[in-house]
Design a protein around this ligand. Sequence first.
Ligand code: ATR
Length: 283
Amino acid sequence: MPSRNGTPKACVIGFPVRHSRSPLIHKFWLDHYGIRGSYERAEIPPDDFPRFIDCFTALGYVGANVTLPHKQAAFERCARRTATAARLKAVNTLWFESAGLCGDNTDAAGFLAALDQDAPGWDAFPAHAVVLGAGGAARAIAYALQLRCAARITLINRTQARAEVIAADLGSPVEAAGISALPRLLSEASLLVNTTSLGMLGQPPLLLDLSPLPEESAICDIVYIPLETGLVKSAKARGLKAVTGISMLLHQAVPGFERWFGVRPSVTKELRRIIEADIPAAV
Ligand code: ATR
């Protein structure tokens, strides 16, 4: 949908937002598909978010990605939400329709697309998934696995009560367990996902013994700075399929670009190379 001057303009709204790689991703696609459009960063403090959204179309924007700390505020301001956004109570992609502001949460679809591309066959059998963490990303990923008919989805978090809230909200087969159950759960798992900040640049490492994981299992770490986390390196050393956080970052961007600019973009090796070149390889 073109903006008033005929050139669609989108942005990523966050606070802070300097670190966001979204402009690099969307600019690559705009160039690649020869689309006249633009994608900017909008650093908006929480108090200014409602006013910014009210002026959104007047500023010439056709849509936006939303990142921390605005995902819940964006959800609340939408007139229409996709079923996924309604389930997750958080929005990371905005656009306008005649009904007004619309919102989607593309983290769940981005996670599944990343696994499908980088670990094909991961869901050949009903998955037994162990998800570390209980923030917004863990909720989106548990929901995605539920959609893909995983047989069992166990959330393990430092603060177990947060995992229990998500399990109660999403329902079966999502469950919460204590950290002491981890070795047994890993020995039965086909998929391990890290959604905590452990292993990220500047954070403590994720210290985990992967030896109980079955040989045919896969891992996914949504941390993408550094490119290869300790978890990814250990999994590869064991010969397991490993999906990096960059993959989910790239795939979650696809639906927004399609809505704003009218072309469904591909996550290609060239795009991946460009984004990876912008990220520290090691901590
Ligand atoms: P998001 O919404 O981005 O997914 P979040 O809500 O900030 O993230 O959650 C971060 C996750 O990392 C949480 O599960 C957090 O555990 P708590 O719920 O107990 O806070 C987890 N996490 C962060 N630092 C951690 C640490 N040092 N040890 C264990 N878990 C940690």
